[in-house]
Design a protein around this ligand. Structure first.
Ligand code: HEM
Length: 237
């Protein structure tokens, strides 16, 4: 038996998608307000999340529900490793650790893989179909905002093994529609996808704190420089 899982996921996560788009960090990102320190923290968090997801999914290659969606072309861990070398240098591994919200996300992925691996489909959908959908736009925004050239530091958005992202998404959706699941399982997968959106939002909210601190620091520096310049002018007058 199969159900129209792709449509159910799209419809069933619409509200969460809007909420994710409206988190401070994501909307700042869309406006081109991205500082390198917060961005590299995001890359580090995503590294832990994708490592967990790809480790668990690769172990389930023969699983009737998880196996078919585990398409190798989507894997992001290697791309994230390249980006981490760019931001942190060759010793990146010793310099990063997951934020508390990324650690909770990773824990959830491992728990689901143990207890009910089918639910990994909800996690897979939330991240990879989102990456395929917004990748190019987000890459351009990040590139401009951080004054970067080429793909260095932005490999996360580049799917070298996918020639046509739109066509790939169509294949991905029909693969999901053919998964051997019943409606009760589809409901649980949609619920888990919504949970995955919330885990992402928690990560963004934590980064938002860093971003606000970074903007505050720049503003403080600007104001104190102005104040100093003002008092020098007053002293000179
Ligand atoms: C920066 C803000 C975002 C924008 C502007 C954005 C934009 C979009 C757009 C335009 C689509 C539709 C693509 C299509 O129909 O082919 C889409 C799909 C999607 N996005 Fe986002 N998105 C954003 C953030 C996110 C986040 C934070 C996540 C999850 C972590 C996410 C997950 C998804 C998913 C799973 C889909 C596939 C929906 C479906 O067709 O089933 N998006 N996004």
């Amino acid at each position: 038996m199969s159900v129209a899982l792709a449509t159910q996921l799209r419809e069933g996560t619409k509200k969460s998608h809007t909420m994710a788009e409206n988190t401070g960090f994501v909307s700042c990102f869309l406006k081109g307000v991205v500082d390198k320190a917060s961005y590299r923290k995001l890359v580090a968090d995503l590294y832990f999340v994708y490592t967990a997801m790809e480790e668990e999914i690769s172990k389930l290659g023969d699983h009737p529900v998880v196996g078919p969606v585990g398409m190798q072309e989507l894997n992001r861990r290697d791309a994230l490793e390249q980006d981490l070398v760019f931001y942190f240098g060759a010793g990146w591994k010793d310099q990063i650790q997951p934020s508390p919200s990324a650690a909770a996300y990773v824990e959830r992925i491992h728990a689901v893989a143990q207890e009910s691996p089918e639910l990994l489909v909800g996690h897979h959908y939330t991240r990879y179909l989102g990456d395929l959908s917004g990748g190019q736009i987000l890459k351009n925004i990040a590139q401009k905002a951080m004054n970067m050239d080429g793909d260095d530091g932005l490999n996360f958005y580049v799917f070298n093994d996918i020639a046509d992202e739109k066509a790939f998404k169509t294949t991905y959706r029909s693969t999901m529609d053919e998964l051997p699941i019943d409606q009760a399982m589809a409901d649980r997968i949609v619920e888990e996808a919504n949970h995955a959106f919330h885990l992402n939002m928690n990560m963004f909210k934590e980064l938002e704190g860093n971003l606000v601190a970074a903007i505050g620091k720049v503003l403080f520096g600007f104001l104190t420089r102005r104040q100093r310049a003002g008092s020098t002018e007053a002293a000179a007058a």
